[in-house]
Write a protein that binds this ligand. Structure first.
Ligand code: SF4
Ligand code: SF4
Length: 138
């Protein structure tokens, strides 16, 4: 992968993702929600606590881990996952919306995290397997 041009790899990954992602039913998977450490912003915490009719203090105490300027969900699997489904889907965090990031540029710069999730995310798995064929790796 490192011998290829980043923009060429991105183009291939975008195309593969457009074909593969719609064929995967995330609502019957939820593996990312069982393994990701999700970053939470102030705005997201305020919006979700409002949706849950909780004060920010109660929400923060129940769900967040804080360190410096960082806030993370404090549980893996995520506290909002029930029966493999997100119970706060419309209010889920940017990190949840972005994953598995196959639509974002610089795939080649995210190889470590991509391969960390290769065995648990069917979208990543299938994109990478097709990428191996397209790049002549196998
Ligand atoms: S907020 Fe929802 S989408 Fe995000 S990790 Fe939790 S259960 Fe998954
Ligand atoms: S691990 Fe991948 S396929 Fe499974 S829910 Fe998350 S993004 Fe969807």
């Amino acid at each position: 992968m490192k011998t290829k041009e980043d923009k060429d790899i991105d183009k291939l990954v975008f195309e593969l993702n457009e074909t593969i992602a719609p064929q995967i039913d995330c609502t019957s998977c939820g593996n990312c929600c069982k393994s990701l450490l999700i970053n939470v912003t102030e705005e997201e915490a305020t919006a979700l606590s409002g949706h849950l009719n909780q004060s920010r203090t109660d929400f923060d105490n129940q769900y967040l881990e804080k360190g410096g300027s960082m806030m993370l969900m404090n549980a893996i699997p995520c506290s909002f996952l029930t029966n493999d489904k997100c119970t706060v889907y419309k209010h889920r965090f940017a990190g949840c919306r972005e994953f598995p990031a196959m639509h974002l540029p610089n795939f080649n710069k995210r190889l470590f995290t991509t391969f960390m999730h290769y065995g648990r995310c069917p979208i990543i798995y299938n994109v990478v397997e097709e990428l191996k064929v397209k790049t002549g790796f196998r």
